[in-house]
Design a protein around this ligand. Sequence first.
Ligand code: HEM
Length: 154
Amino acid sequence: MSPHGRSGGSYQVVRIIRLATELWDKDSVDEQERITGRRRDGRWLDGAPVDEQPNYRADPRGSLTPLDSHVRLATPDRRNPAPLVRRGYSYDRGDGDTGLVFSCFQRDLADGFEAVQKRLEGESMAKYLLTTGGGYFFVPPPGDAWAEALTSVR
Ligand code: HEM
């Protein structure tokens, strides 16, 4: 049982993130890869294949994978990733406003999105990003026990 009770459910976080595409496109592929921390084809910057783990401990100064790269800040400890599931949806409003709708789900906001977002404040990608909207949403589990739990008097 979770420390938050039996009712289950999840929290969704949505962020609408505008990307400074013109600025980003001026950078070389090599620079872009040092900002995200992965090769475009998914390989890790220390040479680890797509489906394996990078070894950050062997690279403490970040000479292979920069310390302020997106993936390294998002998951500095590969044995202990933040408990969330995520995916991004790219958007293009047709008026030059393009970017990513980031969505993730987690049981605990502090351990999930908030822990990662806090670390990402110092990322080298930050200068290309502007969060223009989003929010937190509670996603109830099936059934109505969760609603009864909210209103029951103990
Ligand atoms: C426009 C904004 C963003 C872009 C372009 C972006 C891009 C990427 C890319 C290219 C990767 C590596 C490939 C992958 O694992 O999917 C990645 C991984 C990741 N991103 Fe983002 N991301 C953005 C926003 C965010 C936000 C807001 C969060 C959470 C607060 C986040 C959390 C993560 C995490 C946890 C990983 C996995 C790191 C790992 O496995 O080592 N990202 N992102």
